[in-house]
Design a protein around this ligand. Structure first.
Ligand code: ADE
Length: 228
């Protein structure tokens, strides 16, 4: 998988991709993330990437030309499955969307800033618009990092324990059950006996029931229309 991220503040994305799981995915050759500075595609001395909105009002709008140049340059190098725009008015990101995107090969993620991009960019190039929640960030970079992390960890071989992504919260429409490690007794707070019994079938049943209980308590909306 290759993900090309277009940003006006590429420095914001340096941290997330140079650590931990994402770094390991790169090193193993399972995923490549490249961040492109939109200003490198801007014309003039000022390297201008935004301008005043037609019709007035506060806030700048990201211009078409630098974005067009950047997207077309990338497209001339390889085929892309999706050109994604991070925006609070996009489709709400969830685990199902992460699963779907993890099956794709190449995509571009455009990070919005200021008042967003000129609408014609969305009409001409964007194939998917994603929001990570009903709140407004100062730019799409942190949202792009969230989406990229959620996708890359699903690629087979990225996580050490292959089954670990399959037992995440949401993967089966339920929240994950509680987990414990040593010590078995912390100041009188004991780990449930069953987890130390070595009886795998009973442990699986306990975990499933704990998942259902937790989902009922915290996210009953996830169980609507489901028979459990
Ligand atoms: N850009 C600004 N806010 C955002 C959000 N909530 N999701 C995705 N991109 C954004």
């Amino acid at each position: 998988m290759r993900i090309d991220i277009i940003s006006v503040v590429p420095g914001l994305l340096e941290g997330p991709f140079s650590h931990s799981i994402l770094k390991r995915a790169e090193e193993k050759g399972l995923a490549t993330v490249r961040v492109h500075n939109l200003r490198d595609y801007a014309g003039g001395k000022q390297k201008q990437v935004d301008d005043y909105a037609f019709g007035g009002g506060a806030g700048m709008v990201m211009m078409i030309e630098p974005i067009a140049k950047c997207i077309e340059a990338l497209k001339s190098e390889r085929e892309y499955d999706e050109v994604i725009y991070m925006t609070p008015d996009g489709k709400k990101f969830d685990q199902q969307m992460a699963n779907e995107l993890s099956l794709k090969e190449n995509f571009i993620i455009l990070c919005g800033h200021y008042k967003g991009v000129d609408e014609r960019v969305r009409l001409k190039w964007i194939t998917k618009e994603i929001s990570i929640g009903d709140y407004v960030l100062s730019g799409g970079e942190l949202a792009a990092a969230v989406v990229t992390d959620a996708i890359i960890r699903l690629i087979p071989g990225v996580l050490n324990d292959e089954s670990s992504a399959l037992t995440d919260s949401f993967q089966d429409g339920l929240l994950a059950p509680p987990v414990y490690t040593r010590p078995a007794d912390y100041e009188g707070m004991k780990v449930p006996e069953i987890l130390m019994s070595g009886h795998q079938a009973k442990i699986d049943t306990w975990r499933f029931e704990a998942s259902v209980r937790r989902t009922k308590e915290r996210r009953p909306d996830l169980l609507e229309g489901k028979e459990i």
